[in-house]
Write a protein that binds this ligand. Structure first.
Ligand code: SF4
Length: 308
């Protein structure tokens, strides 16, 4: 993205971090502590609650079939790894800390209280559902903070936020609920301690799409899958699976590996709590280099197995 991009909060936070004569603000500390407790309880002390009839802004841009299962209270079965729990918690810590930092740097123009940041929203079925934003700037812009790994951050800085994970849909719903036309998105690189701000303007296209998806979710018929499978190979070394190669990747010439042809679920499906129900017995969880993947071995003639 061009370096003359518009920013509102980024410089204020940098200035605050480098300033001297800082003072202690007990109210901000207390508020941050309360949010920290709530996030920690959610990640470490509670099982995921299944609530029938739930539909969230954070999933409004995602696969309608996933939302259909969720809306009907299907139990979630995901291959949780302990690393995933920690990863979500680290992400929460970054977001709680940055919200506090924004309050310190911006002052009263940045609000995080319930009255400013909680609203109800109707996706089109007449039922009001709660939505919560990270912060509100001067009643002019929704503020959202997103922690990212280094790869996601580099993509965000170069191209801006995309809607691959439904994030643009989510923040457009927020803007619609608050009647505002812009969001300040604060992306934080949790691997390299950097941040970058992007101003995102409201685009009604995302609201219209979310409402269309919601109609599908309300329907009786199971929606079709939003994500295709990927074709590729599991690399085998001395009888052990040692990594994944997409069909587009060139096969290394004269490699020490044997390649077994598999289909693999997309990353969206591998993170979906309903992947087992959705793909029933077709795909099985396998560990490749200690990472769980949903794979289906393609059984066929000798061409299905390649040796380089
Ligand atoms: S597994 Fe994939 S296609 Fe199936 S519901 Fe989940 S996200 Fe949608």
């Amino acid at each position: 993205m061009e370096e003359n991009r518009e920013t509102i909060l980024e410089d204020k936070v940098k200035e605050y971090l480098l300033s001297t004569n800082k003072t202690i603000d007990e109210a901000i500390l207390e508020e941050g502590t309360a949010v920290f407790k709530e996030r920690t309880r959610k990640q470490f002390m509670e099982d995921r609650a299944i609530k029938k009839g739930s539909f969230y802004a954070s999933s409004a841009g995602k696969c309608p079939r996933q939302n259909w299962y969720k809306f009907r209270g299907y139990p979630e079965e995901r291959f949780d790894r302990y690393e995933t729990r920690l990863k979500f918690w680290f992400g929460d810590l970054v977001e709680v800390g940055v919200a506090m930092l924004l309050k310190l740097a911006v002052g009263d123009d940045f609000k995080t209280d319930d009255i400013s940041c909680k609203r109800t929203y109707d996706y089109g079925d007449g039922i009001q559902r709660n939505i919560i934003i990270d912060g509100l700037y001067k009643n002019e812009a929704v503020c959202e903070c997103k922690s990212m790994n280094d790869r996601q951050y580099a993509k965000f800085v170069s191209n801006g936020m995309d809607n691959e994970g439904g994030y643009l849909t989510q923040i457009n719903i927020y803007m619609d609920a608050w009647g505002l036309d812009k969001t300040i998105l604060f992306g934080v690189n949790k691997d390299k301690s950097k941040f970058h701000e992007q101003i995102i303007k409201k685009d009604m296209k995302y609201i219209v799409e979310a409402r269309e998806r919601f109609k599908i979710v309300l329907g009786e018929d199971l929606p079709s899958r939003a994500h295709a499978v990927k074709l590729g190979f599991v690399k085998m070394f001395e009888g052990e699976p040692k990594g994944w190669l997409s069909i587009e990747d060139p096969l290394p010439w004269k490699s020490k590996f044997t390649f077994i042809k598999h289909s693999r679920l997309s990353w969206q499906c591998e993170y979906c709590g309903h992947l087992v129900e959705c793909w029933k017995d077709e795909f099985k969880q396998k560990f490749v280099d200690d990472k769980p993947m949903m794979l289906k071995e393609e059984i066929g003639d000798d061409n299905d197995k390649k040796e380089a």
